[in-house]
Ligand binder design. Structure first.
Ligand code: ADP
Ligand code: MG
Ligand code: MG
Length: 213
């Protein structure tokens, strides 16, 4: 018997929290170059709260949308910072696309990720090239949609999209930050990738492992 989707999502959130614990020092180091150095600790706080809220909701029998809505609210409440509010948008928007009771399809996931990408851009007013996590989420969403449209299985499409997000996150090292806290010392960020783009790609990689295993 397959596990309920709410439970699968709750355990993926636990894997994400673990991966961010492991990466926190490095994310903090990257954010210290042109930001305020709190990206590692902020992502830890947010993902721990999301993990705990998601677990509680799934244990109460909630479906995907409700689990993700609780996780989203907890993430932004506890993380603070720009990235906390943005991660809440991502989780909430993907949850809305998944619904509480319909079966997951590759198309529904791809549509949810695209909606999340649009929501992040509307929320933060950043576009590709501004050296933010938008630089990773846009190619992730576009690759996922293209691969699903080409008939690839969800796991394979997600892996290809993750490769695109990682490459894009690495490429942000070449850019000057013009938004957020980094804008005041953007030149210093040349040679260092955007922390939010790096952590976005890490979350994608972790979620892939969570649903392939
Ligand atoms: P803060 O900047 O408030 O300290 P974090 O350090 O947790 O928050 O997150 C910083 C990351 O947030 C940046 O690396 C960038 O990816 C992302 N970010 C900042 N501003 C925006 C924005 N307007 N739109 C999208 N992402 C943004
Ligand atoms: Mg910061
Ligand atoms: Mg901060």
């Amino acid at each position: 018997a397959s596990r309920a989707l709410g439970d699968v999502i709750a355990s993926a959130l636990a894997d994400v929290a673990q991966a961010l614990d492991d990466a926190a020092d490095e994310l903090g180091r990257i954010d210290r170059v042109a930001g305020d150095g709190d990206h590692g600790i902020g992502m830890q706080r947010g993902s721990h709260a999301a993990r705990d809220a998601g677990r509680r909701a799934s244990e109460a029998g909630a479906g995907a949308q409700t689990v993700l809505a609780h996780a989203a609210e907890a993430w932004s409440d506890k993380a603070g910072g720009t990235s906390g509010a943005i991660w809440a948008e991502i989780l909430k928007t993907v949850g809305t696309a998944l619904t509480d009771d319909e079966a997951v399809t590759a198309q529904r996931v791809a549509d949810g990720v695209r909606a999340a990408s649009d929501a992040v851009r509307a929320f933060g007013k950043a576009e590709v090239g501004d050296k933010t996590m938008v630089d990773a989420i846009v190619p992730f969403a576009e690759t996922l949609s293209a691969e699903v449209a080409a008939g690839r299985r969800l796991g394979d499409a997600w892996a290809a999209a993750t490769d695109a997000a990682e490459a894009a996150a690495r490429s942000t090292a070449d850019l000057v930050a013009t938004l957020g806290r980094a804008r005041s010392h953007g030149e210093k960020s040349i040679g260092t990738p955007d922390p939010g783009a790096v952590s976005f790609a890490l979350v994608c990689r972790t979620v892939h492992r969570a649903f392939v295993d």
